[in-house]
Structure formats: C-alpha cells, structure tokens
Design a protein around this ligand. Structure first.
Ligand code: BGC
Length: 452
C-alpha cells in the first residue's frame, strides 16, 4: 500500500456478481427453481429469450474466476447465495450439495486472499415460495430469516461481511410495478406490501444474525440523485417524489423507522396502513450500508409516468452508457454525502458501480480495449476519493462486474464485465479496464492520463 495513498490501508477492492447472473446450472445437484428461472423461460420476457441456464458457468469455473481476481490483485469479492440451492423449496429441507458449493467457493476465496461479502438475496426467490404468495406475504420475513439462519450457521465462521437484500427498490419496482423483472407482476398495491415485507425480512434476518454471527451485517440500496429538470415547481415536486420513491423509501425506515411523507401521495389508494410495531423492527440497527451507484436522473413532471408522475430527461452533451444511463461521477460523491447526512456515522461500502458499453465483439490479439469503461471507472473512483477526503466512512469499493454476465431481461446483450466472456466458449479475457482497476487496487492511487 502506498504511503501517499488517500485510501485507508484496509480498504476493500473488489468486484461483485450475483448467483443467477453468473452461476448457470440453476437446477444442478438438487437445487430448486427460482422466479428468474421461470421468468426467463417464459416466452417474450427477456431479450432474445436468453436465460441464466449457462450464464458464465461460474458454478463449475469458479476456481478459474477466483484465480483471475487474485491475479488482478483484488482483496474482496461480493457474490450472492442462491436461496433455492440451499433450500430447494425455499423452506424446509436443506440441500447439503447446495451448501457444499458455497463452502468450496468461500474456502477458495479465503485461500486466495479474497474477503467474501455475501448477499443473501439478489432477486432469485425460490419458485415454491412465490407459489405461496412470495414477498406479498407477511410470512416471507420468517421464511427469509430461516434461510438466512441456515446460511449463517454454515458460513458465519468464515464470512465477516453479510448483506441481506440487494436493491429492494428494484425488486418491488421491476418485479411488481412495471413487471419487467421476475416475477413480472404489475400491481401497485402488491408492490407496497412487497417493499414493506422486504424491509421486515431484512430486519428479521439481522436479528437472526445477532444470535449466530459475530461480525457485520447490512443491506444494499441502489441510490441515485434526482435533480429537477428546471426550476418550475412541477419539476421540483416531481424530483422530490422520485427521490422519495427510489431513495428515501428504503433509507428512512431503516434509519428512522418511518416512510417518507410523500408515499401516500405517490401510491394513492394503493398505500395501506402498516402495523405500527413493524417500524420498530425495521429500524433494527445494522453495521454498514452498501450503496449501488450507477447514475443520476434529471427529472421532470410527467403525468404519463406512474406511479411517481416523473421521468428522466436526456442531457444534451451528456455521455450515456449502453443501458441509457448518464455518466455522472459527481453523483456518487453527492450520494455518499447524502447518506451520511441521514445515516450519520454508519460505515459505507460502494457495493456496485460500473457501466455497460458496446465493447468490441471479438477479442483481438488477446485484448479487449474498452476506453469508455476505463474513463467511467477513473472518474467514479475519483468521486470516491473526494468523498473520503470529505471524511465519509467508506470501507470499500466493488466494481460491477467481474464478468460480462446475464443482465436480467437484457439477457447477454449488455456487457458490464471487467473481464470479457465469450459465451460460446466460456473463454475469459481481462479487458483493458481490468488492468486499469488492478493498477488502482495495487497502488491505491488513481493513475491519470492514458489507459494502461
Ligand atoms: C443490480 C445488478 C445489475 C446491475 C446493472 C444492479 O441494479 O444489482 O444485478 O446487473 O445493476 O444493471
């Protein structure tokens, strides 16, 4: 570690993935199907009909992937456990072969100097639980805590960093408002219940962790600044609603035990009364917060865009990624400061940050040059540095993603990896951005100038 480095000496430099996006073999060794298995196999739901049946074949190739991370000089890896591998029906009988896979993965990470950060839920609810109502059911909190307990008992001796849920907003908004993600439902009343039950499930699992584990547990939220498109009161109000719906909807109950005052206005008749006692549970203290940051949104009033009646405005002269997200690094510093204002001294991790760009389709002479991704990382790591200078308690940074992988309903059409994957051969080739990131992790400095 460089003495002149502004990054703390024990800073975690990692990459992140999730089970359904990289593992493949979703039904191997007794695993039960998830809502993503069903959704991706339903005609018309995903780009090109792509599924996670093979993905990056990480289920078999994880030793190679761990060797890649080690060779890049990284010291951490964030991955998720597939609930249905561990409990094929979602509850009840444990599948020892499912646990054994994560056992091997964790041991190998540790043997290669990589600290595991485990996500318990990255969107792949067991199908058997969805058939019982899934996240719409209040019982879902207990189902999740029971599963979490199995994972804690198996791995908490070796895993020091746990997160309960990845991005509850996306689970509810994509899965139950717009139906673009599994389970593909569109019902605002259900969405309100789902968000609430996700928060209860999170807190119930945190309580279970206190009885089983000795280290740190948190949750991962995706946050993005909502900037009004103009000074017009309608746009300012739209940005405020959008911020309430995506950002404060989750952070405020977690840290203060209340929903933002805008929620009834946004959900209208679909907003229920929640039992008072739930809020005491939801604010169960956590040890850290994970933040996924990709972009900001310049927001205008738009009555045709329910439920917030707000939509994003493209910025002329802005740089956009292949998923249509504005490259806006200052928003990462802004988000970290915004969280500190609300969550105080809670330690933070950037648990995802990255970009899809149309990389060259073929690997040329063993190289994939991706200057736009390098520019993205350079600028966002600069934003991280700025937050550290301003005293934000940031403990680590995880690039999304290690590998090109299954980008949900976009299938394999969007590549977020530092490492290129040829999906026909499963051949991995580190992109130029991987070398750039490795250099940052090695020196704990951000090299300026032209890419390596
Ligand atoms: C998710 C990832 C996803 C990434 C890029 C995040 O919302 O956690 O699973 O691949 O964004 O879209």
């Amino acid at each position: 570690m460089n003495e002149k480095s502004p990054f703390p000496a024990d800073f975690l430099w990692g990459t992140a993935t999730s089970a359904y996006q990289v593992e493949g073999s979703p039904l191997a060794d007794g695993a039960g199907p998830s809502i993503w298995h069903r959704f991706s196999h339903t005609p018309g739901r995903t780009h090109n009909g792509d599924t996670g049946d093979v993905a990056c074949d990480h289920y078999h190739r994880f030793p190679e992937d761990i060797a890649l991370m080690r060779d890049l000089g990284l010291n951490a890896y964030r991955f998720s456990i597939s609930w249905g591998r561990v409990l094929p029906a979602g509850r009840g009988t444990v599948n020892p072969k499912g646990l054994a896979f994560y056992d091997r993965l964790i041991d190998r990470l540790l043997a290669n100097g990589l600290q595991p950060m485990v996500t318990l839920y990255h969107w792949d609810l067991p199908e058997g639980l969805d058939a019982r109502g899934g996240w719409r059911e209040r019982d879902a909190a207990a189902w999740f805590a029971d599963y979490a307990r199995v994972a804690f008992r198996a791995f908490a001796d070796r895993v020091r960093l746990w997160t309960t849920l990845n991005e509850p907003w996306v689970v509810a908004d994509g899965g139950y408002v717009h139906g673009t993600l599994a389970p593909g439902r569109r019902d605002l009343s259900e969405a309100a219940l789902v968000s609430h039950n996700l928060l209860r499930a999170h807190a119930t699992a945190v309580q279970a962790y206190r009885a089983e584990g000795k280290h740190d547990i948190g949750i991962v939220l995706n946050l993005e600044p909502k900037h009004p498109a103009s000074d017009a009161p309608a746009d300012v109000a739209a940005a405020r609603r959008a911020d309430a719906y995506m950002n404060r909807y989750y952070l405020e109950p977690l840290v203060r035990g209340v929903y933002p005052e805008e929620m009834p206005e946004i959900f209208g008749a679909a907003w229920p009364q929640f039992p008072e006692g739930d809020f005491q549970l939801i604010r169960e203290p956590i040890d850290f917060l994970g933040i996924n940051y990709y972009t900001r949104s310049v927001t205008r009033h738009d009555p045709a865009a329910p439920p917030v009646r707000a939509s994003g405005v493209r910025q002329s002269g802005g740089v956009y990624t292949e998923t249509g997200w504005e490259v806006y690094p200052a928003g990462l510093t802004e988000t970290l400061l915004w969280v500190r204002e609300r969550a105080g001294d809670l330690p933070l991790y950037v648990t995802e940050n990255g970009a899809a760009f149309p990389d060259p389709e073929h690997v040329a002479n063993g190289r994939v040059d991706d200057p736009l991704r390098i520019a993205y990382y350079r600028a966002h790591l600069g934003a991280v540095l700025e937050a550290l200078r301003l005293g934000v308690k940031l403990r680590g940074y995880f690039a999304w993603s290690l590998l090109d992988n299954y980008e949900w309903s976009h299938g394999y059409s969007k590549r977020f990896g530092l490492v290129h994957v040829d999906f026909a051969t499963q051949r991995r080739t580190p992109k130029a951005s991987a070398r750039f990131y490795a250099e940052v992790a090695r020196s704990a400095l951000i090299p300026s100038g032209s890419p390596p």
